[in-house]
Design a protein around this ligand. Structure first.
Ligand SMILES: [Fe+2]
Length: 464
């Protein structure tokens, strides 16, 4: 994913800075450092932990099943890591941070150097932009690495050898792998979407259903605001950046009942939106010119036409469906669309207030196996908020910053989220590539404002 000047967030390779190359060596410490901050508090039974562990790990491999060996090494841009690297890196995470096996104790002492993403405290590593040059180890050896790590985690869980702190890190490792599962899909899309023949990842994926007249119009849903509480409660799993829960003042506002759809983007394009600097932030206008943006990423516009646009998605090339939520938009495009529409982007506090009463597992997620945003279905209540969870990550106007009283995890895992809190915007809600159950109302994703390769879209807000 990525590139074009943008960086992703989280070793998730999403927003992290490209790391310098270093020499091979064992990661330094921290693999067994206790978690000293109340950032995560999972701990379920060993049996349920094992079942969840095995299911998550199998899914990563299954996502790569439609790919060739060659597909799994390509890195079209620095932000988009090869599938093989994702498969290995997620295993290294468990090996180093849950099992505490580093250096000579690890499956291969070189793997800490090859598959550490950005953890300075875990030692030197291959630069992100060079991950696509790793023709060795082979894919077969990476898969053997996965199996070896899985066997050791299974043995440790079965024997009760993981203490509460290690099982807390196991929960973090599973959430981390789910984040990488979304990255696997976004990065595979870049790999195949930049091939000359634009091959499908899976041509049999469900195609959109044309709703026509039944597609609901976007309306405003009003909120009173007030002094509200935002952030994750102290109990239960959450990332450190969601805590502590705290109060925030939210003036009255209104939120669009559905995300901006392709019809509205087509109107923005037809209105000369990509050519009019009045709609754009200065940095955004610079990006438009420097990168020659004329439409969302993966779109191909027909000359002289506002209705003949095509897009590449994981099922291949097809006409743009006007009713689908718009995706692969940068923050700059999201902001420009909002300005053009006479609205604005929501703050993350507004978004969380609106989402707090909704079920976070209801929506179009990766488990639904569409792997593309779906048009809003007509609801019984036209004023009801739709698609807040799933479909597209929604850009907010909030910069990614620490909450009051924020504390990181202890040891190397303190680098997981906190060190990326500059130059990025918060996104909320998950996408059609996010595993169901991974997100919640307090979940804070983050990407640099020029990033477009993620499943990112827009929901409008306005003052009242
Ligand atoms: Fe990672």
């Amino acid at each position: 994913m990525r590139h074009t000047g943008q960086q992703p967030a989280r070793d998730l390779e999403r927003g992290r800075a490209t790391t310098p190359a270093g020499a091979p060596g064992a990661p330094a410490s921290s693999a067994t450092s206790p978690v000293t901050s109340p950032v995560t508090s999972p701990v379920t039974s060993p049996a349920s932990s094992l079942a969840r562990y095995l299911a998550v790990r199998r899914r990563s491999v299954a996502l790569c099943a439609p790919l060739t060996v060659e597909d799994q090494l390509v890195q079209p841009m620095a932000d988009a890591s090869p599938s093989k690297w994702h498969l290995a890196h997620t295993s290294w995470f468990f090996e180093a941070f849950v099992l505490g096996l580093v250096g000579e104790a690890s499956f291969d002492p070189a793997f800490g150097f090859l598959f550490n993403s950005y953890y300075e405290a875990a030692g030197p590593r291959v630069a992100r932009a060079r991950r696509g040059l790793l023709s060795r180890p082979s894919l077969a050896r990476v898969l053997a690495y996965r199996e070896a790590v899985d066997a050791q985690v299974q043995a440790a869980l079965t024997a009760g050898a993981l203490d509460d702190a290690a099982r807390t890190r196991l929960e973090l490792g599973l959430a981390h792998e789910e984040q990488h599962q979304e990255l696997l899909l976004t990065d595979i899309k870049v790999v195949l979407g930049t091939q000359p023949l634009l091959p499908a990842y899976r041509a049999e994926l469900p195609r959109p259903v044309n709703l026509g007249e039944r597609h609901p119009a976007s309306r405003w849903r009003a909120f009173e605001g007030g002094v509200i509480e935002v952030g994750a409660p102290a109990a239960g799993f959450a990332f450190d950046n969601e805590r502590p829960r705290h109060r925030a003042l939210v003036p009255p506002f209104a939120l669009a009942t559905r995300p901006v759809c392709n019809r509205e983007v087509l109107a923005f394009i037809a209105d000369g939106g990509y050519r009019d600097p009045r709609h754009w932030l200065s940095d955004g206008w610079h990006a438009v010119q420097a990168q020659q943006w004329t439409a969302p990423m993966y779109w191909e516009l027909s000359p002289g036409s506002d209705g003949g646009a095509q897009l590449y998605e994981l099922a291949g090339v097809r006409p743009v469906d006007p009713d689908e939520p718009a995706c692969h938009l940068s923050y700059y495009e999201a902001d420009a669309l909002a300005r053009w529409a006479g609205a604005r982007l929501p703050t993350e506090q507004e978004w969380e207030l609106a989402a707090a009463a909704l079920a976070p597992d209801r929506g179009n997620f990766a488990d639904d196996d569409r792997l593309h945003p779906a048009a809003a279905a007509p609801g019984a209540d036209p004023g009801e908020l739709a698609q807040l969870f799933g479909d597209v990550w929604e850009w907010t106007s909030s910069s990614y910053s620490p909450y009051p009283g924020f504390r990181t995890l202890g040891g190397a895992l303190g680098e997981y989220n906190g060190k990326f809190m500059s130059g990025q915007q918060v996104l909320r809600g998950g996408s059609c590539l996010t595993p169901r159950g991974h997100v919640r109302a307090s979940y804070r994703n983050f990407f640099p404002p020029a990033a477009r390769w993620q499943m990112t879209g827009v929901r409008l807000a306005t003052d009242r």
